[in-house]
Design a protein around this ligand. Structure first.
Ligand code: URP
Ligand code: ZN
Ligand code: ZN
Length: 595
């Protein structure tokens, strides 16, 4: 990517101005990276980490943060959010201010949101719109993925410009939401091939949207209109099928694939299998899928059930455990939230028809605590794996590493000082997300973001939130992430090495003259008695083939022939075989017959 051309979001405060207020020494804690834990202090100045170690020499005027007994970790990166997204007739309720403020409160210091360009619109226009929305509001750093809702030359050109000039390195395809986002398989192949060429990562929302739509219609016709219908209409098989299909298409395009919001364990296993075959692909479970289940759709309170409506939906209670195991083994790579919240009156758009309930749930503030509680406190993940799953792996996949996702000299000072000894209870009454509902309501979680540093600014100070609107920056994500593409390029070369033309003698026998054959058939058709206008030719012949109606059971009559009233036959274009002559009408001179 041409770095010089990438537009970097305006940081209204400017790091050089802030540095005098933001010399921070984090003392007495344990630094946790994805590959190890060490007792060390961390010195931050001018928005970056300047020193990591013990006995550090620091200048005067430094704010000392006491991290004794706590963990110093890279701030969370949530690779999947939808702030102020225009969707299903409304906008998601958290905008880039309230959403990033909530993220910081929970220890997440970067979000990657999606430019949601509806079908027919320009990707570039929507990218610019999102940049304007976000730049003036974000409290933490952010990046963007771009949704591709159509294919064509304009789309291809815009994708190239976005990658080469605008800091985009990932594009998302939807296999659901017909007429808005859904792409057909061949369109998706085009997008994947374009991604491969540009060095981008393809993403996919994997659900068979068309079958789901039919199922939903049937459920409504059968009188099921409540939120449970959302879950019934989107069975796991539809996610598994779409995931498998997307993997096959991505493999065909030699394109890296990142499957967002993996909600089905079997879909996760499809990704895992593809990885074992060597495919470069990644799966992203989300906090909701790792901590909740589909029993909520049976809740008798409509608001409660609708509050859990997202796509793909929550699955049966055994799914969580299987997704966790795949995260622990590395079969699934990153965790996101798909944070996309709607208030009660917005969800109520679907009060009489589940198909109109805006899809989406909360999580950007809760993910770190929920993952710590359900993952680390249970012994499924160790703290290093927690860092990998909440931050480092996303930084690697989207080419932000080691600027993000690591506590190291030179990395951005995006840090969470984590108090794993204390607990908090998640509640909509106390959370910062702009929504009157929380799918994790009442969950008691170990792990509190005691201090949070975002771009060198202390934004959570002893649990007190002190954010600045617009202080975050747009972070360009360069093409060809080495973590993704190094292996892919080698693999592609090895794959194409097996695709070679076979050396053999050229065929030098006769080749059928199709045109002459057609002329001959036309002439033969004209000669038939009653051949009005002489309408011949193989197509016409096929149309004129006599079929009896099906049997009452719907079967084909066993005695049905392929005899045509015009005299032309099904196999007229095939070379005749001895013993099966079909060019004569019934009662004619044929030496054999089909019946
Ligand atoms: O239900 C969801 N997931 N809402 C947000 C849009 C999407 O599909 O990611
Ligand atoms: Zn989605
Ligand atoms: Zn989403």
């Amino acid at each position: 990517m041409n770095d010089a051309k990438v537009q970097i979001g305006v940081n209204k405060l400017g790091h050089h101005v802030q540095s005098s207020q933001n010399r921070l020494l984090i003392k007495g804690g344990k630094v946790v990276n994805d590959d190890g834990i060490q007792e060390a202090d961390v010195y931050v100045e001018g928005g970056v980490i300047k020193q990591v170690g013990t006995g550090l020499l620091t200048p005067g005027g430094v704010r000392v943060i006491d991290a004794a007994g706590m963990l110093i970790m890279p701030g969370g990166i949530d690779p999947h959010t939808h702030m102020q997204m225009p969707f299903m007739g409304t906008h998601s309720a958290d905008d880039f201010y309230t959403g990033t403020r909530a993220a910081l409160a929970g220890g997440t210091t970067m979000i990657i949101d999606f430019v949601a360009c509806p079908r027919g619109d320009s990707l570039m226009d929507w990218y610019n719109k999102y940049r304007t929305w976000a730049d003036e509001k974000v409290c933490c750093d952010y990046g963007l993925h771009v949704i591709v809702p159509q294919w064509g030359d304009k789309t291809a050109n815009e994708m190239a410009t976005l990658v080469k000039e605008k800091g985009i390195n990932s594009f998302k395809c939807f296999m659901a939401y017909r007429n808005v986002f859904l792409l057909e398989d061949d369109e998706m192949l085009n997008v994947f091939q374009a991604c491969r060429k540009l060095g981008a990562v393809a993403q996919v929302h994997a659900e068979n949207g068309k079958i789901i739509e039919r199922k939903a219609e049937q459920l409504v016709a059968d009188g099921i209109r409540g939120p449970e219908g959302h879950s019934y209409s989107r069975p796991e098989a539809m996610e598994i099928e779409a995931t498998t299909r997307a993997l096959a298409i991505a493999d065909e395009a030699n394109c890296p694939l990142y499957v967002v919001h993996v909600m089905s364990a079997e879909a996760g296993e499809a990704i895992s299998k593809a990885r074992r075959r060597g495919q470069v692909c990644y799966g992203e479970p989300i906090a909701a899928g790792l901590a909740c289940d589909n029993s909520s759709y049976q809740h008798t309170c409509w608001r409660h059930a609708a509050g859990h409506v997202l796509s793909p939906p929550l699955r049966d209670p055994s799914t969580k455990e299987r997704l966790w195991r795949m995260l622990a083994t590395g079969e699934l790579t990153c965790t996101g939230t798909d944070h996309c919240v709607f208030k009660a009156d917005q969800k109520a758009l679907g009060k009489d028809d589940f198909r109109r309930i805006p899809n989406g749930v909360n999580g950007v503030e809760d993910r770190m605590s929920v993952l710590w509680e359900k993952g680390v406190e249970t012994g499924i993940l160790d703290p290093c794996q927690f860092v990998a799953a909440t931050s480092t792996n996303a930084a690697k996949v989207f080419n932000l590493y080691p600027q993000k996702g690591r506590i190291a000299v030179g990395s951005d000072a995006d840090i969470v000082v984590w108090n794993a000894k204390e607990t908090r209870t998640i509640s909509a009454k106390t959370h910062h997300q702009n929504v009157d509902f929380n799918i994790f309501e009442g969950m008691v979680c170990h792990g509190i973001a005691e201090f949070v540093i975002s771009g060198g600014r202390l934004v959570v100070d002893e649990r007190q939130l002190k954010v600045t609107q617009g202080a975050g920056r747009f972070v360009p994500m360069p093409a060809f992430p080495p973590y993704v593409y190094n292996r892919l390029e080698k693999r592609e070369a090895a794959k194409s090495a097996g695709t070679v033309a076979v050396a053999r003698d050229a065929y030098d026998g006769p080749v059928i003259d199709l045109k002459a054959e057609q002329e001959r058939q036309k002439a033969a058709a004209k000669e038939q008695p009653g051949a009005a206008g002489g309408g011949g030719g193989p197509e016409a012949a096929a149309e004129n083939v006599f079929h009896r109606p099906p049997t009452r059971g719907g079967g084909r009559h066993m005695q049905e022939s392929s005899f045509s009233l015009s005299g032309a036959q099904f196999d007229d274009t095939k070379p005749a075989r001895s013993g099966i002559r079909t060019h004569q009408p019934p009662g004619g001179a044929s030496s054999g017959s089909l019946w």
